[in-house]
Design a protein around this ligand. Sequence first.
Ligand SMILES: [Zn+2]
Length: 312
Amino acid sequence: MSQQPSTTPYPIGTPGTPWGADEKTAWLARQQPRRSYAAEVVAPLESGLPAHVELFRYGVLDYERLGRGRFPLYAVRSRRWEADRPVVLVTGGVHGYETSGVQGALQWLARDSARHADGINLLMLPCISPWGYETINRWNPDALDPNRQFKAQSPAAESALAMACVAAHGGRVDLHVDLHETTDTDNSEFGPAKAARDGVAQDWHAIPDGFYLVGDTERPVPDFQRALIEAVRKVTHIAEPDEHGCIIGEPLQQPGVINYAKRALGLCGGMTGASFVTTTEVYPDSPSTSPAECNDAQAATIEAAIAFLRRA
Ligand SMILES: [Zn+2]
């Protein structure tokens, strides 16, 4: 764990001065592909889908203007979309570097989703930020965090295209599970980059060792969050609060749960009117976990959330 703030200035820009176009260009030049969206995300979707769902393209992320290519955006939906069934939205890879958010969604889809084929309408966007997936990045090439841009006239195409995809399916969502990770690089790279970009001091918090959930301040549904934590606890360890009773600076609501004002912050989890909303935060850098366990924790959350919805 990185449990001390860095004292080294971020290598781009002048401390205290927000970035302009030149600094953003310099930042982008440092970002290079390190893995393949086509091989690790698109290929499994094209070859391994269960029969009850279909794959479709909901847009193209076009970064040709920055010399960064074009990425077809894929989603999966129930083949039979029935008006009397609840709608379940699963989103992953809003932060492309958060690997288990993408791979956990694909795993749940392949292994577990069929048992709900006749009970729900499923819409899954497993990798909202494919450029971020390839470059292991929190931001898009414009140095914007897509998970602060789920709002009208969004300047982030990742967010705008995802919102349009959800709207095109009628807009009704009953349950939304948004899959994320909290990583050591949040403190070593992405937090310092954000502070440098905005010309402010880093808002530093210790990274908790373990899984936690972020509910929505406007619709916290504590019974729902509790059921998910109890399910995930069987798969991986749950994060403990710090000495102030907080996780990443937010007061603990119950074991393993904090809340954010998702709509006001422009978070992915705030883009629907769903009654049941949660954001997972898996910690992949723990010495006592593994990539497989992180994927299992994501899948367990989706499974427990749908089970809760179908009982509700
Ligand atoms: Zn995230």
